[in-house]
Design a protein around this ligand. Structure first.
Ligand code: KG4
Length: 338
């Protein structure tokens, strides 16, 4: 009998549902919430209300696109945390209600595990997946971590940011440049036309595999503030070069520690995940580094870099195989580590 998992993701501002049958993705539907744009960031209360409006049509669309009747589901996997509590509650409660009605188990998924396991989402039988162990560079709006992945349920954080995440560095610097939220994709677009060596910004010097991005942010801010005093149009005139130089610096910081981790562990497979792994410069830098050092690179499709339920469904699929179900009285958690 085939194993069919419905995945539900509602940790932040994307409502998503996906269906995976026997490890192969059948559908992945995402409703992004536009309501936050005018506020320059995610407003938690508005996010949970939007999830409530979206969850039924999104799940319905995922089942229809997959050509699956809800009675054929084996289990429902849901993001239990980390994330916004009100948002997580919507997905968690929905998963429980539907599972209770269908008399099938629920499976709780750590959102971070989902990002790390997104490379196991296969769209057809021929898609390859990483061999264990691999190193995952998880870079998003809330995280910058180097993770040693020994198995789907055995991960060790080797290093992480001690202050801002890489995505925050993109977003906060973009804000100073007057770009809309989230700024990462705008920096990416502008950087393609700029001179990446025009400006130099501060880089951290901290030991081990940990990251820091707050010094870069401050140095970017001061450069712009001082330059604007001399020329009020400085940002407008130099936005492509500023974006390209900022992006280069972030990539150099990310790659610097990743290289150290590769040397220390001897691991030969590198994967990236999280929203910032959609960045063209990051993707190219990882691909170039891996091909120059005979390492295997796993770079996710852009659709699987940001929050999506396909990664929740695949993480749930592996837990299902090990019969790792979760109690119906499980509550979401806002904070949790790998
Ligand atoms: O994983 P994600 O969707 O969720 C959060 O952790 O919130 O990551 C969102 C982050 C934002 O900081 C956004 O600016 C960044 O990913 N991002 C990018 C790009 N696309 C998304 N950063 C740089 N270049 C991109 N193309």
């Amino acid at each position: 009998m085939s194993i069919t998992i419905l995945g539900i993701e509602s940790s932040c501002d994307d409502t998503s549902a996906a269906v995976i049958s026997d490890g192969i993705l059948r559908s992945n539907v995402i409703a992004s919430q536009k309501v936050h744009e005018e506020y320059g960031g995610v407003v938690p209360e508005l996010a949970s209300r939007a999830h409530q409006q979206n969850i039924v049509p999104v799940v319905d669309a995922a089942l229809k696109r997959a050509g699956i009747d809800k009675h054929d589901l084996s289990a429902i996997a849901f993001t239990r945390g980390p994330g916004l509590l009100g948002s997580l509650l919507v997905g968690t409660s929905f998963a429980k209600g539907l599972a209770l009605g269908l008399n099938i188990p629920i499976i709780d998924v750590n959102h971070l595990h989902g990002h790390v396991l997104s490379h196991f989402i296969r769209q057809n039988e021929n898609d390859t997946v990483p061999q264990y162990p691999y190193l995952c560079l998880l870079i998003s709006g809330g995280n910058s971590q180097i993770i040693l992945v020994r198995n789907y349920n055995d991960m060790e954080v080797l290093g992480q940011t001690i202050d801002d995440a890489a995505g925050e560095a993109f977003d906060k610097c973009a804000k100073v440049m007057g770009l809309p939220y989230p700024g990462g994709p705008h920096i990416d677009r502008l950087a393609a036309e700029g001179d990446a060596h025009r400006f130099n910004f501060a880089k951290p010097h901290i030991p081990g595999f940990n990251y820091s991005f707050s010094g870069l942010k401050t140095s970017f801010l001061y450069t712009l503030r001082d330059a604007k005093k001399l020329d009020p149009d400085f940002i407008e005139k130099n936005k492509a070069d500023l974006a390209a130089s900022l992006q280069r610096t972030i990539i150099e910081i990310l790659l610097g520690k990743l290289k150290k981790a590769v040397e220390a562990t001897g691991v030969k497979t590198i994967a990236i995940g999280g929203g910032v792994s959609a960045n063209s410069g990051v993707r190219k830098a990882i691909a170039d580094y891996c091909s120059a050092h005979n390492l295997t690179a796993f770079i996710p499709e852009r659709a699987f870099t940001t929050d999506n339920a396909a990664m929740v469904a695949i993480a749930g699929y592996y837990k299902y195989l090990d019969k790792e179900f979760c109690d119906l009285n499980a509550t979401p958690y806002a904070r949790v580590t790998i």
